[in-house]
Design a protein around this ligand. Structure first.
Ligand SMILES: [Zn+2]
Length: 460
């Protein structure tokens, strides 16, 4: 689907590429670091490491003095909220949704969602993210999915599903059977798009906006089509109290257990208020949690206990949530906050820079069941990579410093030099190679002005 004459979908193919002389943080099981090493990318994969023999047509890129890492994985995002940065400040979760975010989301159409998605995707790529899991939107879902395809990112993405709930605008209150059929049709169209980089995910928003029949339909669709389920839960105490009131005293995990959703590949954003009893209950299933520290801080949600999750064997990913609540999509900031918050909770020796960096790489891949393809730098894996400059004041340190600490506590998007997805250089020397940022700004400005007018919210 081409939404606009200035389509940005042309991603150049690449000849073999040799990244020469970098310090490679493999993030493999032993956290191996290879210094002054070469990395050969061929046919979209990491062909070899160390001192590989390169074919004659290989392009070489000198990355000496740089750090080479697996591309970052953001396991919870709302690309459809990128336009809403700064439009919903100083509110608790439920009023934040009812007074601002839902009316704004309800005003999306395919075109606004397309440019909003591309704007967010551009920020992700420029800050080193190569894989996302997006919770989607209702109106405009098709436009947003097309933006994900055109962005070049690897993604789990789908339509956001809602059919009930207090304060939900009419435009977001979908007919249950119709929305289930619609999401299956979107899955048929988009699953496997972008040469297989896009995988479809079922996105029921959260318990307060999804009826029992909608959850039953999601479970049925998940088991029939093999699509995972991504939702929000146990984010704020207010929300959990409202869930108990609505569901006869049951909390989120008890409700999911009763609905049979713990038997699916269930990916829970936030999980701030998960208890030991919850963790006992989800043990043995394919249940993962996505930590969103900026969002949890800004909305005053609380501090998730990542150590308890790790001890229980629950895979934990990380993400910025949406620009409407975290204001930025730079996953390096989330990595830093994750480590700092666990130190506050458990003491300074509790969560290392390496532990935090794994949330956005090897652990993040496990949270999305992509651990055989991405998340570490190993021969045969897909060449999703980020190259960081160290010739910056905040990245300059003694050679003895653990580079994982250097990245986890000091890196930001400012250090991102190159980004590759499946061997394609989508960011080179800090600039997007395949997206026209000026055009994205121009179209976004036009679409957002119209969207705000349609939303009818005031005052801003
Ligand atoms: Zn969210």
């Amino acid at each position: 689907m081409i939404l606009h004459e200035h389509s940005t979908s042309a991603i150049p193919t690449q000849p073999p590429l040799l990244l020469q002389g970098g310090t490679i943080l493999t993030l493999d099981a032993g956290a191996t670091v290879l210094r002054g090493a070469d990395l050969l990318v061929r046919d979209g994969r990491i062909a070899s490491l160390g001192s590989p023999e390169a074919p004659a047509d290989t392009r070489s890129l000198d990355v000496s003095g740089c750090l080479v890492l697996p591309g970052l994985i953001q396991s919870h995002l709302h690309l459809g909220q990128t336009f809403f940065r700064g439009l919903a400040e100083e509110r608790r979760l439920l009023s934040w949704l009812r007074e601002r975010i839902w009316p704004l989301e309800a005003a999306h159409d395919d075109e606004s969602a397309y440019w909003c998605g591309l704007l967010g995707a551009a920020e992700c790529l420029l800050s080193g993210t190569t894989t996302i899991q997006d919770i989607g939107i209702g109106p405009g879902a098709r436009g947003l999915l097309q933006a994900v395809v055109d962005s070049g990112l690897r993604a789990y993405a789908g339509q956001c599903l809602m059919d009930s709930g207090d304060g939900l605008p009419e435009a977001l209150r979908q007919d249950t059977d119709r929305v289930l059929a619609e999401t299956e049709a979107l899955g048929d169209h988009f699953a496997g798009a972008a040469e297989g980089r896009l995988r479809y995910v079922l996105n029921p928003r959260f318990i307060l906006t999804c009826s029992d029949p909608l959850w039953e339909g999601v479970r049925e669709l998940s088991s029939r089509r093999g699509w995972p389920v991504h939702t929000h839960g146990l984010e704020q105490l207010d929300e959990t109290l409202a869930v108990r009131e609505l569901k006869g005293g049951r909390d989120e995990v008890e409700y999911f257990a009763e609905q049979g959703l713990l038997a699916t590949d269930l990916r829970l954003a936030h999980g701030v208020w998960l208890t030991r009893e919850h963790l006992d209950r989800v043990r043995g299933g394919r249940f993962s949690v996505v930590h969103c520290p900026s969002s949890n801080l800004k909305l005053g949600s609380g501090i998730a206990d990542l150590l308890a999750l790790c001890r229980a064997g629950v895979p934990v990913g990380i993400g910025t949530d949406g620009a409407a609540c975290s204001n930025h999509l730079d996953n390096f900031e989330e990595v830093r906050l994750a480590a700092l918050l666990q130190k506050l909770k458990h003491g300074p020796d509790a969560f290392s820079g390496l532990d935090a960096l794994r949330l956005a790489t090897s652990e993040g891949a496990r949270a999305l069941d992509l651990q055989d393809e991405v998340g570490t730098i190993e021969s045969g894996k897909l060449a999703d990579l980020v190259v960081l400059s160290t010739d910056r004041p905040e990245m300059w340190a003694a050679p003895q410093v653990d580079p994982h600490d250097l990245v986890a506590f000091g890196a930001s998007r400012a250090a991102v030099r190159h980004v590759l997805v499946e061997g394609r250089l989508l960011v080179e020397d800090g600039r997007l190679t395949h997206l026209d940022l000026a055009e994205i700004y121009r179209q976004s400005g036009r679409c957002l002005a119209e969207l705000i007018r349609r939303s009818g919210i005031s005052p801003l």
